[in-house]
Design a protein around this ligand. Structure first.
Ligand SMILES: NC(=O)c1ccc[n+]([C@@H]2O[C@H](COP(=O)([O-])OP(=O)(O)OC[C@H]3O[C@@H](n4cnc5c(N)ncnc54)[C@H](O)[C@@H]3O)[C@@H](O)[C@H]2O)c1
Length: 337
């Protein structure tokens, strides 16, 4: 479906990825963008640019408040569902909470779409649905063995979307993001830790050997994938990886950040047990059940959506740093893990 002149409802629209989507929907000529967010992690600051258009309406609400959600969605043509509980540790410590927000919340969004006769739903899924990689790059046929509650709940949300397309013919598309980065990224993941520390003259701290490989996808490429999925009417009920498809080791990532700052600091290596912090970086604990390698294949979205990731990591990191240096307050909070 087209975006021009449409009313678009974005859950989690005040967050990192959601707010970039809102910007893009305005650029694409949407009639109105309704942002539905409980502000647990999102901020109005992320929407400053979009609000200047006069086409953005912000509704403070929770996806678990079904009545409000259904009422607020009235008149929407398209729903982009980005609200979620993303914190892996929170999910591990409190599985019922993770399950409620990501599964019940998603089911609420689907029901509200059906009640409001919405024409299409895009669901922000995650590469976390795969668990530990059995081979690289992980394609969409890779085993679905999530090893965190977060991956289980995101997978359940995705299964509800594909199932509802089969059952009711209601168009949904699920997009499995790898590690999304760029301006407005929230503080807590490895790239943000490196950027903040190096900007303060402290060395990046690498857990383990630094050989772990990751797939960093620039936020504008993710937004492009969303737009392609919205506009393509032949992929309903389908699911796609959205990634760079490129493997970057954590060590290489640290080197890129140091290069961007023109810094001659040397990374510090430490091997704290899972769930514990390093004395060199007490602010952030090491994840439990860390992924060894995580690289998602891009063949299916290239073939079926015409997706082509455009921003290289070196360039993207520079853009994130540029944004961070103007918005240091955004990362003053405790890191999210
Ligand atoms: N950032 C990534 O690398 C990444 C990777 C894979 C998948 N995803 C998915 O993309 C989506 C957006 O992620 P993000 O990185 O922009 O995170 P984010 O935390 O910046 O955005 C999530 C937004 O949802 C809001 N929210 C949370 N719980 C809510 C609730 N119960 N009701 C209403 N609003 C609620 C938050 O306030 C926030 O604005 C999520 O669904 C996430 O699972 C993100």
């Amino acid at each position: 479906m087209e975006i021009k002149n449409k009313v678009i409802f974005v859950t989690g629209g005040a967050g990192f990825i959601g707010s970039h989507l809102v910007d893009r929907f305005i650029q694409e000529g949407a009639e109105k963008v309704l942002v539905y967010d409980n502000f647990s992690s999102g901020s109005l600051g992320n929407l400053e640019q979009a609000k200047e258009s006069g086409k953005v309406e912000v509704i403070e609400g929770d996806i678990l408040d079904y009545k409000k959600l259904e009422k607020s969605m009235s008149g929407a043509d398209l729903v982009s569902h980005h609200a979620a509980e993303l914190e892996v540790f929170t999910g591990i410590k409190n599985i019922p909470h993770d399950m409620k927000v990501n599964i019940e919340g998603t089911v609420n969004v689907i029901n509200a779409c059906l009640e409001n006769e919405v024409k299409k739903l895009i669901y922000a899924s995650s590469g976390g649905v795969y668990g530990q990689a059995k081979y690289l790059p992980e394609d969409e046929e890779h085993a679905l063995l999530p090893h965190w509650p977060y991956g289980v709940s995101k997978l359940a949300g995705e299964k509800y979307c594909t199932m509802i397309t089969q059952l009711h013919g209601f168009p949904t598309v699920s997009l499995r993001y790898s590690i999304v980065y760029g301006p407005r990224e929230w503080y807590g993941r490895v790239l943000t830790m490196f950027i903040k520390r190096v900007s303060e003259g402290k060395p990046p701290v690498i857990f383990g050997s630094g050989e772990q490989r990751r797939d960093f996808v620039y936020v504008n490429d993710v937004i492009e994938a969303n737009v392609l999925a919205i506009k393509n009417n032949s992929v309903n009920g389908d699911y796609f990886n959205v990634s760079s498809g490129k493997a970057t080791s954590v060590k290489e990532l640290a080197e890129l950040v140091l290069k961007a700052f023109n810094s001659d600091l040397k990374p510090v290596y430490d091997d704290p047990p899972e769930g514990e912090a390093s004395p060199y970086q007490p602010e952030r604990k090491r994840l439990v059940g860390e992924l060894i390698d995580f690289v998602l294949d891009t063949k299916k979205p290239r073939d079926k959506l015409g997706y082509e990731p455009k921003t290289g990591l070196e360039e993207g990191i520079k853009k994130e740093i540029e944004w961070y240096l103007k918005n240091r307050q955004a990362w003053e909070r405790e890191p999210r893990v």
